[in-house]
Design a protein around this ligand. Structure first.
Ligand code: NAP
Length: 293
């Protein structure tokens, strides 16, 4: 299928682009004609993803400011421009009651989910976008505006990302538009522990009758990044299958919250995503540390 929005000749950076939503975003951007620069921590998968998409890539954690500078340098060196930045990489750790959360792990969630998007936009702005214009899309979450069991660090950091989106939109216009997309439950590794134990049950509670696929979110990101959204900035686009409005059509409890309640922080050391970071990062990645783990 021909992508409806053309991004021919534009250049895009997508963080966390080797699987899940970020991978779908990078794929859709490339299909729309954009040159893509992908990032994630696993160097071999970054290399493969860049090759698959005919783009470039650099491995590292978004928590590392040097990595973010390297990403912008690479995109500029290879493409000569940076039109689109998609802040997608995130951590959903530390998991558990906030009273038990290690404040250093809490800080890491904010480093990855809030500080990194700001730093990357700063780098792209100073290197190219501030002069030439562009579009930023932050991947937030449907849960950013309300509370949920055991995901306090994730939720508050994503709420901060939502606020950052609006703040940047106000500061960077008219040249740069800044928007966010807020997914509901999507079939990715990060959320596997929620959807896999009984997908039908979760789907049945949603007005649109199914959980999300990464492509559902990717299409929204590409649309916001394209000229079709040229008069939109500071917006948050919910892509949640009707999660936010489900209570009008169901009398059952919210299955996603039931799953979160049932998932013990100590299970699998509270890892809500499947793949551990590369071995050399395990020592310092506080996102993987949970009290008592
Ligand atoms: N899935 C859902 O239901 C859902 C719902 C709402 C919002 N979201 C949001 O959607 C975004 C993507 O999530 P996803 O579900 O697609 O996750 P995912 O399947 O776990 O993929 C995460 C991607 O980010 C990379 N990554 C993780 N930590 C990183 C770091 N510190 N630095 C650089 N790259 C990193 C991963 O590769 P490496 O491990 O190799 O680094 C991978 O490419 C996140 O912002 C998440 O909060 C997801």
């Amino acid at each position: 299928m021909t992508p409806p929005y053309r991004l021919q000749g534009r250049a895009a950076i997508v963080t966390g682009a080797t699987r899940g939503i970020g991978h779908a975003v990078a794929r859709e951007l490339a299909a729309a004609g954009a040159l893509v620069c992908v990032t994630a921590r696993d160097a071999e998968v970054v290399r493969r993803t860049a090759a698959e998409l005919g783009g470039v890539g650099v491995a590292g954690s978004v928590a590392d400011p040097d990595h973010l500078r390297a990403v912008v340098d690479l995109a500029l060196r290879e493409f000569g421009r940076i039109d689109v930045v998609v802040n997608n990489a995130a951590t959903n750790l530390p998991y558990g009651s906030l009273m038990d959360v290690d404040p250093l792990a809490w800080r890491e969630a904010f480093t990855v989910n809030v500080e990194a998007p700001l730093r990357l936009v700063q780098c792209a702005w100073h290197a190219w976008m501030g002069e030439h214009g562009g579009a930023v899309v932050n991947v937030c979450t449907e849960g950013a505006t309300h509370v949920g069991p055991r995901i306090g660090a994730y939720g508050t950091s994503k709420a901060a990302l939502l606020h950052l989106t609006g703040q940047l939109a106000g500061e960077l216009g008219p040249r740069v538009r800044v928007n966010s997309v807020s997914p509901g439950l999507v079939r990715t590794e990060m959320a596997r522990f929620v959807w896999e134990p009984g997908e039908e049950e979760v789907a049945a509670g949603l007005p649109l009758g199914r959980i999300g696929e990464p492509e559902d979110v990717a299409r929204a990101v590409v649309w916001l990044a394209s000229d079709a959204a040229e008069w939109i900035t500071g917006a948050d686009l919910l892509v949640d299958g009707g999660t936010r409005v489900r209570s009008a059509g169901t009398t059952t409890a919210y299955t996603v919250h039931e799953r979160l309640r049932a998932h013990e922080p100590t299970q699998g050391r509270g890892e809500l995503r499947d793949q551990p970071p590369p071995a050399d990062r395990r020592r310092t990645d506080l996102g993987y540390h949970l009290p008592g783990a």
